[in-house]
Structure formats: C-alpha cells, structure tokens
Ligand binder design. Structure first.
Ligand code: AMP
Ligand code: ZN
Length: 669
C-alpha cells in the first residue's frame, strides 16, 4: 500500500516535470492549465498526507514559500570568468590574429555567435539529473547559494530528461523580460513605491530576496549557454548547446555557427537591428571558438577566456521630435522638466517622454522646442535626451523658458545658489506635494499602511478628507463609505491598516515624514544617534554633521525642517495620535525575543485583529510568511484555523502557539 503511494507520487512528479518542460521551455503545452493544476493539486494533497516522501525538487516546490535569511557562500568548482569586450570590428580582427598566433598553424577553428543576455549570471549544478544547487557568479570563485529562489523559476528544470551526464554544472543568465519588468513597475507605481531601474538589476536583486514567494511572482526566466564539467561527451560549443537543450534546458535557438569572421559580422549586423524586437534585453554578442580542443589550447587569462569575446552594442539611440516640455512637482517640491516627444520605438518599448532633470540640463543641451533630438536608453528605464541634431533644426525652433511658477499651486519657484533644481516652496498647501507626501508616508518602506493605495490617497485628498498626514488617523468609516468605489470591506481594511501602522518604529516614521534628503538609511542613522525626535530637534547643525554619513546638505535640511513651526506641530499631532518618535521599537525588532523567527498566522484572535497580531510579531523581530513550510518556526493559531494547516505544522514539527502563548513569549511572563 505504501509503495503504491510512493509510486503514485513519483509518477505524478514525473508527469508534472514533463508538462512543465513543454509549457515553459518549449512553449508547447499538451494539457490545459486546468488539467495541470488538477495534477498539481493531487500531488500536493498526497505530499501533505505522506510527508515522509518529501522531495525538495518536487514540482510543488515551485510556488516558493521558503525563506532564506542569509545566503550561504559556495565555491564554484569551475571558476566563472568574465568576458573581454570590444565595441569595434577592428578589435575582433585583432582578436582573431591573436588566436592564430597561439594555435598551431594548421588549426582550423570556427566560431559560435550567441546573444549576450543582460541579466544575472548563474551556475546550476545537476547530479544524476536532479537540480542540486544554483550559485550566483559572485567574485567568480565563489558566490551565493540562491537555490531556493531559483527553484521558483519554471524554466529551470528540477529533473532532467535524456542522456545527461551524472554530474555537471551549467551556466546561464537569469533574465527578466520587458513585459514582466513593466508589470512589476506598474504595480510599484500604484503602491507608491520607487520604480526599479532596469531588468538586469531587478533580476539580480530578485535572486537575493529572502522570501521565495515574492521571487516566484516576479516572472523571471533562465537562458543557458555553457556547460562545465569533465567527460561531458561533447566536443564543440554548438554540440553542448544542442545537448543541453535535449536535457530540458531553455537554450535560445538564436545561437549560430560561424565559420569565418565575415559570418560573425553578419550575425552582429543582424542583431544590432533586430535586438529592439526581442522581448528581453541583450547588450551585445558573445563570440566563442567553437571547438573545445582549441578552447583548451587557448586557455584563460586571470580574468577571462582567450577563446571568447563580447562584442558590445552602442547604447540604443533613436531620433524624435521635442514637441513640448511638461513640469512635474515631486513630494519634496522639486520641479522636474519632462520632454514630450513624438512616440518612437526604442529597445522594445515605445518612448513618448524623456527626463530632462533640471534647468541646467536644458541649457547644456541647448534645447529648443521643435528640435530633432537623440534619445538613448542606457541602463535606465527612463530614456534620456543626449543631444540635438543640429542639421535638422528648423527656423521655427523656440527657446525653452523654464517656468517661474508651480504648475500646480502657482506659487513662485525657488532655486538656491548651487542647486540645479527648482522647488515649489509652498510645501504645506501645494496639492501635488501633499498628495505625494501622503503617498510616500503610507508606502511599504515607510508606514507600510495596508489597505490603501496611491489612487485612494488622491481620492481622499480630492474629497477633502485629508489635508495632512495627521488627518489619516482621524478618518471615520462613515466618511469613507459615502465615497465612490468604497465597499464596507475595503473601508474596514483601510482603517485597520491605518491603525496597525501606529506600531511602525521611529526610524520608519522619520523616513515617512519625507524630509528632503532623508532616505531610509539616513533615517536609521539619525534615529540611532538621536533616539528621540526631541533630541533630534535640539541638535545643532554641527552636532548633526558630527554623525558619520550625515553631510552638510542633509544636516541643514533636517535642521530647517524641525525648526519650522508647522512641521513641529504636525509631529506633535502625530505623536499624540500614538505614532512612535522614540527609538525603542527599533531595538526590539533587531534584538527582540522573536528576532529571525518565522511565523505563520492563521485563524481569528481575541485581543488582536489579524493585522495587529502580524505587526506585533514584526515589531518584536519576527518575520511573517504566508504559508507553512519546513522553514516555519511558529504557527500562531486562532480559532477557526484550517485543519490542513495545523496538520502540516505537526508534520514539520513546528511549534503551534495560542495568542496568549505568543504574548508570553514576547514578555517573558
Ligand atoms: P561582463 O559581465 O561584461 O564581463 O560579461 C560577462 C558575462 O556575460 C558573463 O558572466 C555572463 O553572465 C554574461 N553572458 C551573457 N550571455 C552570455 C553568453 N551567451 N555566453 C557567455 N556569457 C554570457
Ligand atoms: Zn506647488
């Protein structure tokens, strides 16, 4: 009977691995999503019932759930080199001459041309067809073990197929396609969070997230391009790619064999044009000597193989017309000019606008309305204007006159000596600034108010319900229920979220105030040196700059802010409402009794509502995760908790706490 079950589980896993490969790697599913989900559900149920057959490579492990607190450092068995690079065809010719000198005179080598994927490089280890671990490049000798996060990437096979060697490493790039990148950023924009800069940074940042649940949702993919190991049974790079593909890896079929540099140049020419149509970013072409025999003879320098080189593309550049300039006011009052352009396609996205930063920038470029401008997308998401095409300047071009009044509240703009930026000084009443400040205040890294988004803030402001940060805390259900699109449930969530935010530590409150130049790190530094807001207010500029990392600019900004009556009144008001302006809470979360412990909260509680109990745990250093896994330390169980969750916890040997046991754990009583 038990053997039957084990067989059944294995069978299901095998089927799911195959469907996964067909769907994600080959893009040719043979079952519907529904059928796939049903199979997965069956497996999940069996695995929960029979935890003795747990397998960390099971298809059920794809959804994430594991937390990695610190990533272990692992050595690469075969070092991960970087690549020499060049921007010119002449240098490629020189590279070929060097190869000719190093190899025997009768050597007949050829090349492979591959795309240079712009992501985060990774080395995966497989043993007997099973995924064992994945390590980042790090310094080339050793990197971080990010296996748990990698498992959530569906294009990385957990179980291989075909005639794979018993042990090998395979190298590739973790990529975030443009579409996934854009949807992450649009969600961040809605939540009032800062936008990610580019897919590459987002991909490598995602690999280092502690919570694999979030990684699973990022939409990462993995392209493979190199094998490392002994006795792999392949003699050329082209064969290696072919084999890896047959074992179930995603090996893009853009790679091409080239028997001469002429063919390499053709490949480069083709992709220099075509790359803008790719759904992901490449930053060049990698050319490799195809035959492993010759690769071996050529060997490595300290940094890179002599048998490979990267040809990098110039940053993508297109021309467009500057039609007008708009001005945006930020939450600190900074006014940023934005160029409105005739829409044009650039590296896979349509560009309509470009940042101009400030008045100096406009002057430096000598920009005039109607100009034909060059636009580049470097590593940044927002493209920039890098120059004006002088040959195309018509007679009708018009000088740009930087605005003198705030586009929103019409207050006169100010620009201090030595500052490049113009500011609207009307910080208390300028609508855009107020909305921006509140949006910043509620954002994840500040007060982390759940149940309220950036658009709701606009709605609340426009309906006259909130005019400053303090008004958030006096909102009443009956005021909210009459607004458009406000259901009872969302009003409840919102009020709960606002209430729960009162337990955010002082450093987050200070950051949330949105004082110019006080970012997250600066806020932490300040709260460490000045453990209460009163001490911070009493500090002189000299005392402030005496703190490591606090420069003159920050010191003056903090000092000026706290000396202004209106600001100080706001702080008093927030303090009366119960917000923390003292450093205690911070210490608790760093060295509290729950520090580093992982909690799952489930059910209904007597003295806390769900959000409160989560905040309570976090304030004392605990981490909340959404589902029970073997990494969970405690399950806090209220009434009405599902039996499946409880059973899972019992199976993993996780401690189950009642509400009062949790409180005892914190208070030690
Ligand atoms: P660089 O970081 O500029 O030194 O370039 C070397 C990196 O290019 C490698 O570490 C890989 O992460 C990456 N790369 C992207 N595509 C390829 C490819 N097809 N072959 C080899 N390396 C590649
Ligand atoms: Zn204004």
């Amino acid at each position: 009977m038990m053997e039957d079950i084990e067989l059944r589980i294995e069978q299901l896993r095998k089927e799911l691995h195959q469907h996964n490969h067909k769907y994600y790697v080959l893009d040719q599913p043979t079952v519907s999503d529904y059928e796939f989900d049903q199979l997965l559900k069956k497996l999940e149920i069996l695995e929960t019932q029979f935890p003795q057959y747990f397998d960390s490579n099971s298809p059920t492990q794809r959804v994430g759930g594991g937390i990695t607190k610190t990533f272990q450092t692992k050595s690469h068995q075969y070092p991960m080199y970087s690549l020499d690079n060049t921007y010119s065809k002449e240098e490629l010719e020189e590279w070929e001459k060097k190869i000719a000198k190093l190899l025997d005179s009768d050597a007949k080598w050829t090349y492979t041309c591959e795309l240079k994927f712009d992501g985060a490089s990774i080395s995966l280890t497989y043993e007997n067809g099973k995924f064992v671990q994945g390590v980042t490049r790090g310094d080339g000798q050793k990197g971080d073990d990010v296996s748990k996060n990698l498992k959530t990437i569906r294009t990385i096979p957990l179980q291989l197929q075909g005639d794979y060697p018993p042990f090998f490493e395979i190298r590739g790039e973790i990529m975030l396609p443009w579409s996934a990148f854009e949807s992450i950023n649009s969600a961040r924009e809605k939540a009032g969070e800062t936008l990610f800069k580019n897919p590459r940074n987002t991909a490598s940042g995602s690999l280092k997230l502690q919570d694999s649940n979030i990684v699973a949702q990022r939409g990462l993919t993995c392209f493979l391009y190199a094998l490392a190991g002994d006795n792999l049974g392949v003699d050329t790079q082209m064969e290696a790619l072919e084999k890896a593909r047959s074992w179930g890896f995603k090996v893009p079929d853009s790679a091409q064999h080239a028997s001469s540099l002429k063919a390499v140049f053709d490949f480069i020419g083709y992709w220099d044009e075509e790359r803008s149509n790719l759904p992901y970013e490449i930053d060049g072409i990698v050319i490799k000597v195809n035959e492993f025999e010759f690769q071996q003879q050529l060997g490595y320098t300290a940094k890179s193989p002599r048998w490979a080189i990267a040809y990098k593309f110039q940053a993508a550049r297109v021309e467009s017309q500057l039609n007008s300039i708009s001005y945006q006011v930020g939450r600190t009052g900074a006014v940023t000019p934005v160029a409105n352009l005739t829409p044009v396609l650039l590296s896979g996205t349509t560009v309509k606008r470009a940042s101009l930063h400030n008045a100096d920038q406009i002057e430096k470029l000598n920009l005039r309305l109607g100009d034909t401008v060059w636009i580049e997308k470097g590593g940044e998401i927002i493209p920039k204007i890098v120059g004006v095409n002088p040959d195309k300047r018509g007679d009708v071009s018009q000088k740009v006159n930087f605005i003198e009044h705030c586009p929103d509240c019409h207050a006169p703009l100010q620009r201090s000596d030595g500052e490049a930026q113009h500011y609207c000084a009307n910080s208390m009443f300028c609508p855009t600034q107020i909305i921006g400040k509140i949006q910043h205040f509620i954002s994840r890294k500040a007060m982390d108010v759940e149940g309220i988004g950036s658009e709701t803030v606009v709605q609340l402001f426009e309906s006259g319900l909130i005019k400053n940060l303090g008004d958030l805390y006096t909102l009443k259900a009956n005021q909210l229920l009459v607004l458009d699109r406000m259901a009872k449930k969302s009003v409840e969530n919102m009020l709960q979220g606002i209430e729960a935010s009162k337990s955010q530590p002082y450093s987050k409150v200070l950051f949330g105030l949105g004082i110019r130049y006080v970012g997250e790190t600066v806020a932490k530094t300040l709260t460490k040196s000045f453990p209460s807001i009163d001490q911070l207010k009493d500090a002189t500029i000299e005392e402030l700059t005496a703190v490591n990392e606090i420069g003159q600019r920050i010191a003056e900004s903090v000092f000026d802010y706290l000396q202004q009556d209106t600001n100080w009144q706001l702080i008093q008001h927030l303090r009366d409402l119960g917000l923390s302006f003292e450093a205690e809470a911070d210490d608790a979360s760093a060295n509290g009794p729950l520090t580093d412990k992982k909690f799952v909260v489930s059910g209904v509680f007597e003295n806390f509502d769900r959000n409160e109990i989560k905040k309570y745990i976090e304030t004392h250093g605990g981490k909340i995760t959404s589902s029970v896994s073997k990494n969970t330390d405690f399950l806090v169980a209220g009434s009405g908790i599902g039996p499946a969750k409880k059973e899972k916890a019992v199976n993993y040997g996780i401690s189950i706490l009642t509400e009062s046991e949790l409180v005892s754990l914190v208070t030690g009583k």
